[in-house]
Design a protein around this ligand. Structure first.
Ligand code: 5GP
Ligand code: ZN
Length: 121
């Protein structure tokens, strides 16, 4: 479901300024802010300002903003201290262990190399 703003959604509340966040970037359609519980030295999230529940619910009308969010990650990762690459993760739904039901791209990185996602033999 793609709405405009959900009263109880924690990320919509961050967009509305009701909950503070350490902002990384903002424009008219997206917001990037540091994760409150980082798993690496650089860990921020990019979200659409408009409430989109998850990739599982995303529709054709959401493709533009989702694409522009992805396209922004490289610039923001360079600015945030991970110029040689990073990892993007979008957890989706129950199986993907999505905790906050407002779609978000985790951007995780440096300065050191991240562990492999799939352990090597
Ligand atoms: P998920 O598990 O849904 O992919 O990720 C949700 C992420 O949001 C978690 O990494 C969690 O630390 C982060 N998070 C949850 N609540 C807040 C908050 O109020 N502020 C910030 N900055 N991050 C949050
Ligand atoms: Zn929301």
């Amino acid at each position: 479901m793609s709405g405009t703003s959900e009263p109880e959604c924690i990320f919509c509340r961050i967009v509305r300024g009701e909950i503070p966040a350490r902002k990384v970037y903002e424009d008219n359609e997206m917001l990037a802010f540091h994760d409150i519980n980082p798993v690496a030295p650089m860990h921020f999230m990019v979200i659409p300002k408009r409430h989109i529940t998850s990739l599982g619910e995303a529709a054709a009308e959401d493709a533009g903003v989702l694409g522009r969010m992805l396209a922004m990650t490289g610039r923001l990762a360079r600015e945030q201290g991970s110029p040689e690459g990073f990892r993007t993760i979008v957890n989706t739904g129950h199986i993907g262990r999505q905790d906050v039901m407002h779609v978000h791209i985790h951007v995780i990185g440096g300065p050191d190399q991240l562990p492999h996602m799939v352990p090597r033999a």
